[in-house]
Design a protein around this ligand. Structure first.
Ligand code: GLY
Ligand code: MN
Length: 343
């Protein structure tokens, strides 16, 4: 409830009557119910969850929201009028243009980019335990199929085995399409897992995560299969050191930008700067990419309760790539790794 009160206070301070969201992840965050359609309204005038017949039965379990059956735009507009809602806070990044237009014809809209992001970035104990479980299931899953990762298996076959393991061990499938990138393919940071057979001498990136209780994990390990080149080993060692540096740098109060720059500088000094082509990390929670972001452009500061990935990578065309990613909880005293698979 405290969460909803904080949102209502923020709504009021921005001069709105309600925050209105049609976004699937935000709806889940607020109501705890997965649904493909619905609207959540939060404000001093109360909390309302409007959804259609497919979810109305299960919506009875939603606490702290008055549940209303969706009957169409006209009825919805009348409801807002009854609630004396004149100005609505919206996050334009999470609203379809058509919906924005529909609302703006009838109400005064106040744009607040990433309205819920800061609140969502600081996880409660319950959220931390769900993410921790999602991490554990993903790690146990990988361990259970690791014996299959050898010359002859294709990328997609390994992905399929991993997905099965997620389900077997209590996860709800993949948090995102698992990346299995072998050999040259590993030089593409977000390779679309394909039919290539893993061979002796390959670098193999496996970027994977599952969902537990609506919360995700996101882990990457890179494997050196058989006799790999010395250059591949050098890249691996540099990325491993960079990742450890990144995790050491994390603590509440640190600038996200500076953590990214420190690791970037380390890889530059090793001669790999131009091959580290993405940001260092991102928050995880209900979504795979949440605030805060460890990047050169970030203006955010780390807070106790953030759960964030640290995932430096070096990708060299023709040779291959290495990425190592762990999920970390930010505390006052530094970062606590939630993922513990050997690196
Ligand atoms: N593991 C997917 C991503 O971070 O984009
Ligand atoms: Mn990631």
């Amino acid at each position: 409830m405290e969460r909803l009160e904080r949102i209502a206070t923020k709504v009021e301070s921005l001069g709105g009557d309600f925050y209105i969201t049609f976004d699937e992840a935000e709806r889940f965050y607020l109501t705890g119910l997965s649904s493909t359609f619905g609207i959540a309204l939060v404000g001093k005038g109360g909390n309302f969850f409007i959804t259609d017949g497919r979810y109305i039965e299960r919506a009875k379990e939603v606490r702290n929201f008055k549940v209303i059956l969706w009957k169409g735009w006209e009825e919805f507009t009348s409801l807002l009028k009854e609630l004396k809602a004149e100005s609505l806070i919206v996050d334009p990044y999470r609203l379809k243009a058509k919906t924005y237009k529909e609302l703006s014809n009838k109400f005064y809209l106040i744009d607040s980019e990433g309205f819920l992001n800061e609140l969502r970035a600081v996880k409660s104990e319950r959220e931390i335990s769900l993410i921790t479980r999602a991490v554990q299931i993903a790690e146990l899953s990988l361990k259970s199929v690791l014996h299959l990762l050898k010359p002859g298996i294709t990328e997609i076959e390994f992905r399929r085995a991993l997905i099965e393991a997620f389900f077997k061990l209590g996860g709800k499938g993949e948090a995102f399409p698992t990346i299995v990138a072998s050999g040259r393919n590993s030089a593409v940071p977000h390779w679309e897992t394909g039919n290539r057979e893993i061979r002796d001498g390959d670098l193999v990136i496996v970027d994977f995560g599952t969902v537990y209780g609506g919360y995700v994990s996101d882990i990457t390990r890179t494997f050196l299969v058989g006799n790999v080149s010395n250059e591949a080993r050098r890249i691996y060692d540099a990325v491993l050191e960079a990742q450890e540096l990144g995790v050491r740098e994390l603590s509440a109060g640190k600038s996200c930008r500076e953590v990214d720059l420190k690791v970037r500088k380390f890889l530059e000094d090793k001669g790999y700067g131009k091959f580290f082509t993405h940001s260092l990390g991102h928050g995880i929670g209900v979504e795979v990419h949440e605030a805060p972001t460890l990047s050169q452009r970030s203006k955010e500061v780390l807070k106790e309760g953030n759960v964030i990935t640290v995932e430096p990578g070096v990708y060299i065309p023709e040779i291959g790539g290495v990425r190592i990613e762990d999920d970390c909880l930010i505390t006052e005293r530094g970062a606590f790794r939630l993922s513990h698979l050997p690196r």
